[in-house]
Design a protein around this ligand. Structure first.
Ligand SMILES: [Zn+2]
Length: 408
């Protein structure tokens, strides 16, 4: 078909709906035999053969090795041609970013990490991304024209359609910055996809983590703030203005502390990393815990949730109480989301998620106590196993997904 044979226009490459269905199927499942593709998509074997041939002729797919045999002759499997094009994935946090170049089968060819202060603003940090990308491409002998997409996860609210940040509280100078235009001159064939970091993590879980087996799940990131990526029917749900999943600003206590958003008693003002550290510092200063006092002095008064987790692991009663309370309140708020959304999986990630088993068990207990039994019957609540890389994997997956679009 002409749309795939003549790949002369820049991405997103247009595919006809049946071709797009096969591409999406391989993106989600990995290499498959023609029979498997037919079973999953519902198309006949002969239709699949025609469609796969078209996509192979266009250089997008290729036949490779043997698939798993179910007895008898081993079927040939179809996968993406890894050198069809390449993508750049970026997972940016407040204090550093990870950057990777991946081939068309989502294999990371090379990755680098770089400390930054995201408050330095868009131009210097994008300049650094730009330079590092070109260095990797040179080492990998890949021409910049072969980069078909950038997937960039950022720690702030994003207007997904426009690819810009939307009044990000911790990223002054990034508001509405034209990130796409920045890369256009060097990477003329690349589309640039920008999304919130928590959505990228949920996307990573969907592509390569526990989320692979779930259609409806939540990824909750607990760090300096508390945010939630929502996967509904196998896709990220962003809401009408891109702010879906902002659970950190749900009111958890009408008489609670002031939040930086201007409201009172928001979940993250009570139970995110800084709140946990603040409570522990108070206890240390009031002489209520010798172990917390030890950590308080060790870090020169700059306590974080990590020290509170360590004190809890040493059996400190006050630290354990803080960890337990914080987890339980997060669980209570998540119970509301469970009643509303009925997910089959909740994954907990972010820097504060690993401050001890007690934290996870308290979150679990808060959720189970306050949700309806029917909504938790098949609910799994766990920490993310790929948390460290979920953002980067998700950015790569989202970039790859967006290289093609479907003809309407
Ligand atoms: Zn708030």
């Amino acid at each position: 078909m002409d749309s795939v044979r003549e790949l002369i226009s820049p991405p997103p490459f247009l595919l006809q709906p049946p071709q797009a269905k096969i591409v999406a199927c391989l993106r989600r499942q990995g290499p498959l035999s023609r029979t498997d593709i037919a079973d999953i998509t519902g198309y006949s074997r002969s239709t699949i053969t025609t469609l796969v041939n078209e996509l192979t002729d266009a250089g997008i797919l290729e036949e490779m090795g043997d698939g798993e045999s179910s007895g008898g002759r081993r079927p040939r499997v179809v996968s993406f041609r890894s050198d069809f094009g390449y993508i750049v994935a970026v997972d940016m946090g407040a204090t550093g970013f990870d950057l990777a170049v991946a081939d068309f089968n989502a294999v990371l060819l090379e990755r680098v990490s770089m400390p930054i202060d995201v408050r330095d603003g868009a131009a210097p940090i994008l300049g650094m991304l730009h330079r590092l990308t070109l260095e990797i491409l040179e080492r990998q002998a890949i021409s910049p024209e072969k980069i078909y997409a950038f997937g960039i996860g950022v720690p702030g609210p994003v207007d997904f359609a426009a690819g810009i940040l939307n009044a990000p509280p911790i990223m002054p100078g990034w508001d509405a910055y034209p990130i796409r235009a920045f890369f256009r001159s060097t990477f003329p064939n690349a589309i640039v996809i920008v999304d919130n970091d928590v959505n990228m993590m949920a996307q990573g879980e969907l592509a390569a983590g526990a989320g692979r087996k779930h259609e409806n799940f939540l990824f909750v990131k607990i760090g300096t703030g508390i945010g939630c990526g929502i996967v509904a029917r196998g896709e990220i749900y962003r809401g009408s203005t891109g702010s879906a999943g902002d659970v950190g600003h749900i009111c958890a206590d009408r008489n609670g502390p002031m939040c930086h958003c201007g409201n009172v008693g928001c979940l993250e003002a009570i139970a995110a990393g800084p709140a946990i550290a603040h409570r522990a510092s108070e206890a240390a200063l009031a002489g209520r815990s010798a172990i917390l006092k030890k950590y308080y002095e060790q870090c020169g008064g700059q306590m974080t949730a990590v020290e509170v987790g360590r004190a809890a692991a040493e059996g400190d009663k006050v630290a354990n109480e803080i960890v337990r309370d914080s987890g339980y309140i997060i669980g209570e708020v998540l119970a509301g989301q469970v009643n509303f959304f009925n997910p089959s999986l909740i994954l907990i990630g972010g820097g504060v998620s690993n401050i001890g088993l007690m934290f996870l068990s308290s979150i679990r207990s808060g959720i189970l106590t306050h949700s309806l039994p029917l909504s938790t019957r098949h609910l799994r609540i766990d920490t993310s196993a790929i948390a460290q890389d979920a953002g980067l994997i998700g950015a790569a997956a989202l970039a790859l997904t967006n290289v093609f679009s479907e003809e309407r």
